[in-house]
Every structure is written in C-alpha cells, then in structure tokens.
Design a protein around this ligand. Sequence first.
Ligand SMILES: Cc1cc2nc3c(=O)[nH]c(=O)nc-3n(C[C@H](O)[C@H](O)[C@H](O)COP(=O)(O)OP(=O)(O)OC[C@H]3O[C@@H](n4cnc5c(N)ncnc54)[C@H](O)[C@@H]3O)c2cc1C
Length: 232
Amino acid sequence: MRLGETVRLASPVRRIAQTATDVDVDAETCMVRAERVIVATPPVLASHIEYDPPLPAAYGHLLRRWAAGAIMRVNTVYETPFWRADGLNGETVAPQSPIPVSLDQSPRSGVPGILCSFSFGPSALALARLDADQRRALWLRALAERYGAKAGSPIAYLETDWSSERWSLGGMMAYFAPGMLTTYGTAVREPVGRIHWASSERATLMHGLMEGAVRSGERTAEEVLARKWPSS
Ligand SMILES: Cc1cc2nc3c(=O)[nH]c(=O)nc-3n(C[C@H](O)[C@H](O)[C@H](O)COP(=O)(O)OP(=O)(O)OC[C@H]3O[C@@H](n4cnc5c(N)ncnc54)[C@H](O)[C@@H]3O)c2cc1C
C-alpha cells in the first residue's frame, strides 16, 4: 500500500497533548487529532518532544538517560573493487584499530568499488574531535594497512558522523547504563494513556537492527488495535 501524501516529511513533532478522549499531535507543518499516537523515534529524540501532561517520572528519566552510542561511517570509492583481484572479500575486523570494521559495499555490477568502514564508541568520539584532514589521513592509513596502498587513494571519501545528525544524535542503538533496566524497565514499552512507543531500541528481538525496528512497529500496532477492538 502506498501512503503518499499521508506521510508528512520534514515536519518534526514538537508537542503531544492528550485528554481523556483523544490526543493532539503538534508538528512543524500540521496538527493531527487522533485516538492514539505511536512515538517511533530513538529514545533521545522522543525526549525532545513536549508532553502535556508531562510524562510520569520514570518515562522522562528513561528517555533522557537512554543514551545513543557513537558511530562514524566512511564510504571510500574506487574505480574498481581492486581487492577482489587479490582474492580478498573486502571484509576486515581489527578490534584494536579505531576503525575496527570494513566491508565491501560495491554495487552488484562491481563498479565502482566501494569500501564501507566504521568507527564506534570512544574511538568515534575521539576521531570526531580531530580536524577533518587529520581524520581522513588516519582513516585512509588504516584502510591502506589492510588492503594495500590503493585503498589510501580513493576517488571519493564520504563521511557521516551519526552523533551530529540532528534526527539521529547517535547510533546504531541506545544502550542502558547499569541499573536502568531494573529501575525503569516497565517504561520501555508500556503506553502512557494514549501514547504508545516503538523503535528498534524497544524491540524484544533483534534490538538495535532494522528487523528490531519492524518487529517493534508491528508489536505496537497490535497493541493499539487491541485497545480499539479489545475482542479481536
Ligand atoms: C551507520 C549505521 C549502520 C547501520 N547498519 C545496519 C545494518 O547493517 N543492519 C541493520 O539491520 N541495522 C543497521 N543499523 C541500525 C538501523 O539503522 C536502526 O536499527 C534502525 O534504523 C532503527 O529504526 P527506527 O525506526 O527505530 O529509528 P530510525 O531509523 O532512527 O527512525 C526514526 C525516525 O524518526 C524521525 N524523527 C525523530 N524525531 C522526530 C520528531 N520529533 N518528529 C517526527 N519524526 C521524528 C527521524 O527523522 C527518523 O526518520 C545501522 C545504523 C547506523 C547508524
């Protein structure tokens, strides 16, 4: 089914107000009145929405403390996936390196060759503090150590720091500090009146991945339908 114009792009929700009978969702370009709302953003972004009445304390605390991890990704592009000619599949894991993982991300046609490499956690934060030129030099050196000198001279270098992406603020998943699950666990999935919650972080399986996001969306949709038609 195509959703078409029902989906409002570039229209962040700023405020959610609920009464005994409905809920008003105030977004940048529209206002929607509904019976129920599903907030399907990463927890930290859900904490940026104003709730009226305010969320119970456990929910507010959980959303503010459920921190996203740090992740930086670089795609380096080459004329061809030259590593394949050397018998390499392009996948590397180097736990001691600030860039511990790389993958062959070339299209099916094999042209151009693309390596996709990642930095995570404290290494990603440290790399983000470097000048762009320093970071690029360090990154390409790490690739050249694994794939040879050719890897250090890509025709394009594309970098994304998810922690500075306004509508992600980190990735690839938010995690619990010690004690959070035992203190706030019930607030992970229980609705607050007419407000329901979905996101990969709230999945019961495949937490943090695309499949977790889909599973969580399906679970929450069923939860909403069960309130509307309790006998179904
Ligand atoms: C670099 C990187 C690599 C990854 N690789 C993989 C992989 O290989 N395989 C895999 O399975 N998963 C991967 N993931 C994880 C995967 O992307 C996430 O698990 C998934 O996108 C989470 O989906 P979500 O719907 O919960 O949240 P999101 O995808 O974050 O979607 C939330 C949406 O809500 C929007 N939003 C936020 N605030 C508001 C607001 N106030 N109003 C309206 N809209 C709002 C955001 O713009 C966003 O579109 C990767 C993640 C990263 C960062």
